[in-house]
Write a protein that binds this ligand. Structure first.
Ligand code: F3S
Length: 426
């Protein structure tokens, strides 16, 4: 790997042992990936404060600096951790104290995370605590090199914003924050950003539910490739694209897609494929749509619903407002819980707008920082849950061993107030 003078100096210890360890990690990581250089980044998003038993024992044995060295730099060195060199933010983490008593989530983990927030916050990590940093202040510009974790955020950054990031990990983001460097390969290179597959929607894709189902089909079809989607696509909003990308990254491993005429690197179909010949289109029709719906509902058997989960990826303010409108003047079925996950910054706005009060009066909760999949926690006794998120329907049954129903926001709110799943594909 070729290093410039600044990078060589960091590797040789000019900025201290922690930065040298970070550069050493990035060089090893980059060489393993076949990268021949590093690129500069001023936008890092990782999951540094996420609590775990391993982190707890490292902190007990050697303090927070030791935990950073081992988990964020893959080093067993003993050194101080300096302030982040470039803007770095915290993605989703475990539940905070607003979830105390709501789930069997251990209070010791909440306490550990609170200490982590102090340590990382004092070292320059902005505690956004969400899988959707682009909703609350971290909005990279087109072409900006980033070092982000979280599959749903990565696909949004690459595709909707035209920023450039691979799906990074705990160690590479820990090293990137201290150096402002990340291996330059994969999605950072223009030649790797053109479409590989053409998917054509022969049924209308309109609204949150349909964009999520379409995304699930696209991800399953192309796996880790780069789809270009066309056909009967109705103009999506932020929430639709958030759901679409998260679904492509759940059934497959999509990190970048193009919608000609909509996403920034694809003004035309020709541009989406980089001027190369287009492949034969793969059709998404009535049969495929039905098959996706059945797959996402394959884990549902009993129709009595204990728990309804909205806000995966974390809900936008519009989504919270829509749920509040549907819940106004209604009451949740006794024994059925409803949670809406959102970034803490948006919850503050939801509080001011009165949405939280409407949802709370109905018996629901607006929670922050995490989600049941991330924290592996749901209301006690949950056996059957319902969600409007293809990603949660995909992961949560396996993580918690519970049944799942997937459907529209209307179906989910109906389940919350009746305690029954009565959804269906219309
Ligand atoms: Fe976010 Fe949890 Fe979904 S971290 S993308 S709400 S699985």
């Amino acid at each position: 790997m070729r290093l410039n003078d600044d990078e060589k100096a960091m590797l040789d210890g000019a900025e201290g042992p922690a930065v040298a360890a970070a550069m050493d990690l990035l060089v090893r990581y980059g060489e393993a990936l076949g990268a021949d250089r590093l690129c500069d980044t001023r936008n890092v998003a990782g999951t540094m404060t996420q609590p775990s038993p391993v982190k707890a024992s490292l902190v007990r044995a050697g303090g927070w600096a030791k935990a950073y060295a081992v988990l964020n730099l893959d080093s067993d060195g003993d050194f101080e951790i300096p302030h982040m060199r470039v803007p770095t933010c915290q993605l989703q983490q475990g539940f905070g104290d607003d979830a105390l008593g709501l789930t069997p989530y251990p209070p010791a983990m909440i306490e550990l995370q609170s200490d982590a927030e102090s340590f990382y916050g004092n070292h320059g990590v902005t505690i956004l605590a969400t899988c959707t940093p682009y909703q609350v202040g971290n909005l990279p510009v087109r072409g900006e090199h980033c070092a982000w974790m979280e599959s749903s955020a990565v696909v949004y950054a690459n595709s909707v914003l035209g920023a450039r990031t691979n799906c990074e990990g705990t160690a590479s983001t820990g090293a990137a924050g201290l150096t402002g460097k990340i291996p330059c390969w994969g999605n950072h290179l223009s030649e790797n950003r053109h479409g590989t597959h053409l998917i054509e929607a022969a049924v209308p894709v309109d609204g949150f539910l349909e964009w999520g189902m379409f995304g699930y089909f696209v991800g399953e079809t192309v796996q880790e490739s780069r789809p270009v989607v066309t056909g009967d696509l109705h103009r999506p909003d932020l929430a639709d694209l958030k759901h679409f990308g998260a679904a492509t990254a759940s059934s497959g491993g999509v990190e970048l897609y193009h919608v000609p005429g909509l996403t920034p690197e694809a003004p035309t179909l020709d541009a989406a494929f980089g001027g190369r010949a287009w492949p034969e289109p793969i059709r998404y029709g009535r049969r495929e749509r039905r098959a996706v719906y059945e797959t996402l509902n394959a884990q549902g058997d009993r129709t009595d619903v204990d728990f309804v989960l909205l806000g995966c990826p974390h809900a936008s303010l519009d989504q919270i407002a829509a749920a509040a409108r549907m819940l106004a003047g209604r009451t949740l079925y006794p024994g059925t819980e409803l949670w809406i996950m959102t970034p803490r910054a948006l919850r503050t706005v939801a509080d001011r707008n009165g949405y939280t009060e409407i949802i709370t009066r109905a018996g629901g909760r607006v929670l922050t920082d995490s989600c049941p999949a991330m924290s592996k926690a749901a209301p006690p006794g949950t056996r059957v849950f319902a969600t409007d998120s293809a990603k949660q329907a995909h992961y949560l049954p396996a993580i918690l061993g519970i049944e799942a129903w997937f459907g529209s926001l209307e179906d989910c709110v109906d389940a919350a107030v009746t305690g029954r799943w009565r959804g269906g594909l219309r």
